[in-house]
Design a binder for this molecule. Structure first.
Ligand code: ADP
Ligand code: MG
Length: 256
């Protein structure tokens, strides 16, 4: 595991928004410690506060109460040094820049960013797009655009990946392929990962631990540790038993 992987400590974190003058509780007393290099998934119904929690971990907003520490420090330090990689459902590529220029962008706009030892060109090869460096995003499929977004995360050598349903807009087959490739890349770099998904089987396939959130205001209603070796055979009896257990926790404790 590289020295750079960070641990994440989420302590008594609650978030209350104001919505048309009324308080709206989004997260309720979240306590979670994530080890350096650990891959965790957050699953829970729509609106339970998953994206909010990622934004708090990224330091994009401060929690109403509680605190978050990344490698013992407030999130700002890691964020300003561009050590946090972010992927969302939309790849957010700049259409007027080529694929290679998009991958290089965070390094160009942030002087504190520390480039990964691997060149952007090599990273494009690693995500399966070696011949698309000079292509424009609009000419690529959705899955290919997400590959570019992943290369951009790799280019900054991020030690923490915050992934907000990055493959949710893709078809099932592309999604499975990409998830498998992402896992291979994760094992090579071993960042700490928080992966948000609706897809319970995907969470069980990828993660060291699946954290289940209740409907809003989200609180942790279950956690399942998965020590099956990767890549995981999702048709195997052990995998299926874990998946059933995760489903049960979600249905029983979260009321969904
Ligand atoms: P999820 O990602 O699990 O679907 P979100 O974190 O996006 O959930 O949202 C949780 C709840 O907080 C939702 O009810 C949403 O409408 C509300 N919310 C999120 N961001 C804001 C905001 N900036 N202002 C007011 N309400 C918000
Ligand atoms: Mg969300």
């Amino acid at each position: 595991m590289p020295d750079s992987a960070v641990d994440v400590q989420i302590e008594h974190v609650s978030q209350v928004f104001r919505e048309q003058g009324r308080p709206l509780a989004a997260l309720d007393n979240i306590n979670l410690t994530i080890a350096p290099g650990e891959f965790i998934s957050l699953v829970g119904p729509s609106g339970c506060g998953k994206s909010t929690l990622l934004r708090l971990v990224a330091g994009l907003q401060a929690p109403t109460t509680g605190q978050i520490r990344l490698a013992g420090q407030p999130p700002d330090g890691l964020r300003t040094r561009k050590q946090i990689g972010w992927m969302a459902q939309q790849p957010a590529l700049l259409p007027w820049r080529t694929v290679l220029e998009n991958v290089r962008l965070p390094l160009q706009v942030n002087r504190q960013a520390r480039p990964a030892p691997t060149s952007p060109e090599e990273l494009l090869a690693m995500v399966g797009l070696p011949e698309f460096a000079r292509a424009y995003p609009a000419t690529l499929s959705g899955g290919m655009q997400q590959r570019v977004a992943l290369a951009r995360v790799l280019a900054i050598g991020a030690s923490l990946w915050l992934m907000d349903e990055p493959f949710a807009a893709l078809d099932e087959l592309t999604r499975e392929t990409l998830a498998g490739e992402l896992l291979t890349i994760w094992r090579q770099f071993r960042p700490t990962v928080i992966w948000v998904t609706h897809h319970l089987a995907e969470a069980v396939r990828l993660s060291d631990r699946v954290i289940i959130l209740s409907p809003r205001p989200g609180h942790i209603c279950g956690a399942i540790r998965i020590s099956l070796p990767r890549p995981r055979d999702d048709t195997g009896p052990e995998f299926q038993a874990i998946l059933r257990e995760a489903r049960r926790v979600m249905e029983v404790r979260s009321g969904t």
